[in-house]
Write a protein that binds this ligand. Structure first.
Ligand code: SF4
Ligand code: SF4
Length: 859
């Protein structure tokens, strides 16, 4: 019998839960109600009317998806009249399909108006997940139709190609090019996207040779089923006829195919000969942030334990070395303190020198949704990035002036009494010294230097003061500067002053560029530490590695990438092993990089495609890509996740770790790793404080966030909750110093380089996919006022000249950049963006200054 507090559905008694709809209560009871427009997890639409039910006492049937179940309500979900009504609704929806042929203007997406029942599921998912708001419903009644963009073509709509709409379309009106080919799939493999440090979980549908479709894993902690265009669609590179499929050795000046046994023997013979004649420090290795933790660990082990040198580095040097250095000095751990879930918990998100909407799109979408749900947003960036449009306060600072702006914000928190004194007293040191450092600096001077108004600086500080603990999301705009370490140090000060670190919904979240740059550095891909950031000169650590590896390298640090290149140019570095990195395209001051590579006696390149760098190689080893090998990646929130081969690599290409193992064994090592899980077991022993509890068995579902010191430890989503690794956090000084590229006579523009949504890094993979149609070349963003003064029309070819070199790109007139600032991506080798960037590096981290080069333009 029903009590006053209960309700009844089809005669079954149910206690209504707070805010529960009839539909969800019915589903809780196992009663099926047909729906079309309803999307679980999204606000009810109620548009399709297929879920109509009868409620006793109501004048007419009600939509179950958005009618709350009230106490005492009596609901009937089926009856003859309801069935008649639903049939009529279905007929109406299908009776007058909008005319029009299928839109095939987009390289990946398709829209067939004739199949559309205007259920609006695509519209909701586009709004509520991606935040792109591509779709709208036009007209009314029988003329109702779905529209997108101003001229109703996908190609020119604001679509970001995430594909979320295709997943929810019930009729196939929205479809994609992979949907039909996926019918031939014979297996589904769960893995981790290999395109950026977000680390989205993917389900790869394939047959033995071909990847047919990629979809998001619905319950994945990182992405909850969502993907961006790169993760979902940009897999066509696998089929490119340009893939490297056989080892190549330079014979008589030409790269000629050789067998794997020959290639391994050549590598071992040449490395050993150079080591014997010139010593271990005449050799060096760069591990790849596109490859796995297991491969990175083995490459540094080969060079440290067998060759005997610490000349090991990775691309973290040219992106986040400044971040790692500053955070390590201040907090004791050089990694993100926060996790992605803090985005949804944050009261205030401060995006500083990062453009997640393009470089980390799934996280960018999470930020957009958090802001739409009420989080406040502060954006500090030289460009009016998409997130700036949603910001409560936007500080469009001049490139290279982060430290002046961040110090000014620190000063404002201190001078207005908004700093978290209790947190500072109990958890930090150096406060008095910081006060003496930042308080005397007048706001006006920070404003003059940065071109940010005093009013805007005050508004930003007030936003932080109001919110208290804040989530600071930073990117390469803070780190790739001569003031990179100083910028992150100042940002860290701001985070400490606002009591942000170690608290839910707050902290520091530096976004890592390549998919495994975090893991690569964790594995010892740096010249100054063993795996797990353990010091080279600590006697206990040295005995630990001597026992584990059989031998250890010197206690002194090896060379960073810029130092390696200088030594190669000078002739003292003779052999270099580069795994999956295109230095000749990605590193600054390209002319000097090329001279360095050309002087090497022996250059080994492990790659999936011929690159600008492999053109200099003496030995090219064909590699398996991220869809073709097993192992693990570690994302920007320190989450170690499984990577699994979904298809075989082409020809004779092999997984990186296998080749490194074989070369090591040819050099007399006795490495018996049969599978990568054995390598992970050794990694857990090598750095037990961080990875002691990590094993493949435990990574099966959601991965583990380090530190995870033992098998019972659940991992650590947020660092420093119960204290800092160094005891008290250090509030350090960050002095503003003008960049060597600012105010250069004759070079009036400040050039910033970076990425665009459709491409990844140097474009090795994405340029060989249909994404090329969406972004066919690098573009130079220029403010219309500057373009008018220079006489540059949209699309004109422009020569960009710095004191270091020049390159050409087609102009894009846009107010995304301020007058005086230019932006250029570096995805296409023919642009030669890095001929223009200069030789400057951050003195503490050796991270290059990609984010500011003084240039002039010629049309
Ligand atoms: S395209 Fe598909 S999801 Fe969008 S309104 Fe039409 S039928 Fe619904
Ligand atoms: S956001 Fe990054 S990890 Fe996620 S699908 Fe896109 S490229 Fe892949």
């Amino acid at each position: 019998m029903m009590s006053g507090a209960s309700a009844e559905i089809d005669g079954r008694v149910v206690e209504p839960l707070p805010d529960e709809t009839i539909l969800s209560a019915a589903r809780r009871l196992g009663i099926d109600i047909e729906t079309v427009c309803h999307l679980p997890g999204h606000a009810p639409d109620g548009g399709c009317r297929v879920c109509l039910v009868e409620v006793q006492g109501a004048a007419r049937p009600l939509a179950a998806c958005h009618t709350p179940l009230g106490h005492g309500m009596r609901v009937r979900t089926s009856s003859e009249s309801l069935e008649r009504l639903r049939a009529a609704v279905r007929e109406l929806a299908g009776s007058n399909p909008p005319a029009g042929t299928t839109d095939t203007s987009h390289p990946y997406l398709r829209f067939s108006p004739a199949l559309c029942i205007t259920c609006r599921r695509c519209l909701h998912v586009c709004q509520d997940v991606q935040g792109a708001d591509v779709y709208a419903v036009a007209e009314r009644g029988a003329d109702t139709r779905l529209v997108f963009g101003t001229d109703e073509r996908f190609e020119t709509s604001p679509c970001t190609s995430c594909g979320a709409c295709v997943e929810v379309c019930p009729t196939g009106a929205l479809s994609d090019v992979d949907r039909e080919t996926a019918l031939a799939a014979t297996r589904t493999t769960r893995s981790t996207c290999g395109y950026c440090g977000v680390g989205c979980q993917v389900e790869i549908e394939s047959d033995t040779r071909t990847v047919l479709r990629i979809r998001g894993v619905p319950d994945a902690a990182v992405n909850a089923g969502h993907l961006c265009a790169k993760g979902r669609y940009a897999h066509g590179w696998r089929e490119s006829p340009e893939r490297l499929t056989r080892p190549l050795a330079r014979i008589g000046g030409r790269l000629e195919p050789v067998s794997w046994p020959e290639a391994v023997a050549i590598a071992a013979r040449r490395l050993e000969a150079i080591r014997a004649e010139h010593g271990p420090d005449s050799l060096a290795a760069l591990s790849s942030s596109r490859s796995t933790n297991e491969a990175a660990y083995l490459l540094q082990k080969l060079f440290r334990a067998r060759i005997g040198t610490n000349n090991v580095d990775c691309c973290a040097r040219v992106c986040h070395a400044s971040t790692a250095r500053a955070l390590h000095d201040a907090l004791g751990v050089g990694a993100a303190t926060a996790c992605y879930d803090d985005v949804e918990r944050a009261r205030l998100i401060a995006v500083v020198g990062a453009n997640p909407s393009e470089a980390h799109p799934v996280l960018g979408a999470r930020i957009v949704q958090a802001v739409r749900r009420g989080a406040r947003l502060l954006v500090i960036d030289p460009r009016r990035i998409d997130l700036a449009e949603l910001a409560d306060v936007f500080l469009p600072l001049r490139p290279g002036t982060n430290v002046a702006v961040l110090n000014a914000l620190c000063g404002l928190l201190l001078s207005t009494g908004a700093a978290d004194r209790e947190y500072l007293a109990s958890r930090t040191e150096g406060l008095e010294s910081l006060e003496r450092h930042v308080l005397p600096a007048p706001l006006e001077s920070a404003s003059r230097v940065s071109s940010v108004s005093v009013g805007a600086l005050r508004a930003a500080a007030q936003l932080i003061a109001d919110a208290g603990p804040t989530l600071f999301v930073s990117g390469l705009g803070t780190s790739e500067l001569t003031q990179g370490t100083a910028s992150v140090r100042a940002l860290c000060n701001l985070a400490l002053l606002s009591g942000s670190i170690g608290r839910p919904g707050a902290g520091l979240l530096p976004l890592r560029g390549q998919n495994n740059v975090q893991g690569n550095a964790d594995m010892g891909g740096a010249p100054d530490s063993f795996p797990g950031y353990q010091p080279l000169d600590d006697p206990q650590t040295r005995s630990h590695f001597a026992a584990l590896w059989g031998s250890v390298p010197p206690a002194t640090r090896g060379r960073t990438i810029p130092e390696m290149l200088e030594e190669a140019r000078g002739g003292s570095l003779r052999a270099l092993w580069i795994q999956g990195e295109d230095l000749a395209q990605s590193d600054p001051d390209q002319q000097r990089v090329r001279e360095a590579l050309a002087r090497l006696e022996f250059l080994v390149v492990q790659e999936i495609f011929p690159t600008e760098t492999s053109a200099f190689a003496h030995l090219v080893l064909p590699a398996a890509g991220w869809l073709e090998q097993d192992g693990t990646f570690t994302n920007a929130e320190r989450r170690i996740q499984r990577v699994r081969a979904a298809a075989a690599p082409p020809g004779e290409a092999r997984a990186d770790w296998q080749v490194i193992r074989d070369v090591a064994n040819a050099l007399g090592c006795d490495w018996d790793y049969a599978t990568p899980d054995r390598i992970m077991d050794e990694i857990a022993r090598a750095a037990p404080r961080l990875f002691g509890g990590v094993s493949y068995g435990r990574l099966e579902s959601g991965g583990l966030q380090w530190p995870c010191p033992d098998a019972a430890h659940p991992g650590t989503p947020r660092l420093h909750e119960h204290g800092f690794a160094r005891g008290r956090a250090l509030l350090g000084h960050a002095d503003f110093v003008r960049s060597p590229e600012s105010d250069i006579a004759g070079f009036p523009y400040s050039l910033v380089t970076g990425r665009v949504l459709q491409h990844y890094n140097v474009g090795t993979m994405t340029r060989r996919t249909a994404s090329l149609a969406l972004a066919p070349c690098d573009r130079l963003e220029i403010h219309p006022d500057d373009a008018d003064r220079e006489g540059i029309r949209d699309g004109a070819a422009v020569e960009i000249e710095s004191r270091w070199g020049s390159c050409r790109a087609s102009a894009m007139r846009t107010k995304r950049v301020s007058p005086g600032t230019l932006f250029l991506s570096f995805h296409f080798p023919e642009t030669h963006t890095n001929r223009v960037t200069g030789p400057w590096h951050d003195p503490d981290s050796h991270c290059p200054e990609y984010k500011l080069t003084a240039v002039r333009l010629r049309v």
